[in-house]
Write a protein that binds this ligand. Sequence first.
Ligand SMILES: Cc1ncc(COP(=O)(O)O)c(C=O)c1O
Length: 410
Amino acid sequence: MQNLLKINQNFAKLPANYLFVEIADRVRNFSREHPEAEILRLGIGDVTRPLPAAVVEAMAAASREMGRAETFRGYGPEAGYPFLREAISKNEFRDRGVEIAPDEIFVSDGAKSDTGNIGDIFGTDNVVAVCDPVYPVYVDTNVMAGRAGDYREGSGFSNIVYMPCRRENGFLPEIPSRRADMVYLCFPNNPTGMGISRKELEKWVAYARRNGSVLLYDAAYEAFITDPDMPHSIFEIDGAKKCAIEFRSFSKTAGFTGVRCAYTVIPKELEFGGVSLNRLWARRQSTKMNGVSYIVQRGAQAVFSDAGKRGVRENIAYYQENARMMLEGLAKAGFSVWGGVNSPYVWLRVPEGMTSWQFFDSLLQKTGVVGTPGSGFGSCGEGYFRLTSFNTHENTRKAIGRIVQAFAGR
Ligand SMILES: Cc1ncc(COP(=O)(O)O)c(C=O)c1O
């Protein structure tokens, strides 16, 4: 039995991701014991509003084109059709005063894939920095690549620089004392729901320029920004084109979680040691993927039509109204709450003396409401809890009403 195939041993270092499995188990057990209880899910990170009609019509028309020999299309350009790259460049950047050319935009099937795959173009001996709590994809994909070092109970991976985001620092990461080459930032943030001001973001651009680091900026929730002082794109900050990559998605903005379409912006100015990251990513993508379906890209293009923009605004406003109800009700119930203003996520402090998981159980028992324990996103998430505004008005109202009844005056 010598010469056995060798697997990627880095996978053995991945901490088991029990979070959503454990949540499902606990909800199943609760339902078995209380078959009459109505479960209200405010834990999901998935949207519920249907696609804007303009998007549906564009995709239907594109399907019909695929059914006729004269208009049928096979493989498209790997980085996306020019019609979509141009629509993104104009509507998301140029109209906001930011010059991003269509060939700096790479269309893909999701920000999850892009944030997970971007590591392919970087050396495995780079030091990675992430926020704690964090969207787990940034950490796990670096573990798979061998960049994370060894896992130590209590302190996490030896080669990852964790940037605690706690109440004391307004849930914003502080510039790390140790040098990091690849810094993942996500604003508005999942899970804390916090946005970042222009001034704060300028500090990160300055840090990256000073250190020759790259900022990997995940703006998947930018459509939820209401504060005029919050940048929608890192490229609104001077100098960012020389140090940042931005990830965007149609998932949470236009309801594309099931349709799948996103894009990554890599400016041509972004070079390290004379090597263009735009060219490296083009090479990586054209080698490993064959683009996003024509039908989906026509749907994404329709997001920028007048009717599409209106439909998106209505859906976002719908979730924002849920978030407003949640913030109001949770405050009435005596909770300290953050987020929910520039984000679909509400982050709350669990009652004194409880862990995130104990609060999960208590909330489920008392109200039938399911949320997500903050500790599932990193050790600094312990003592916090995430609720999302993606359910219906009716369910959100009902859930918050029950929480107020169960916890007010506790
Ligand atoms: C921070 C963050 N980035 C990316 C994604 C994934 O986006 P997509 O649906 O485009 O893959 C999510 C999804 O929940 C997310 O929370």
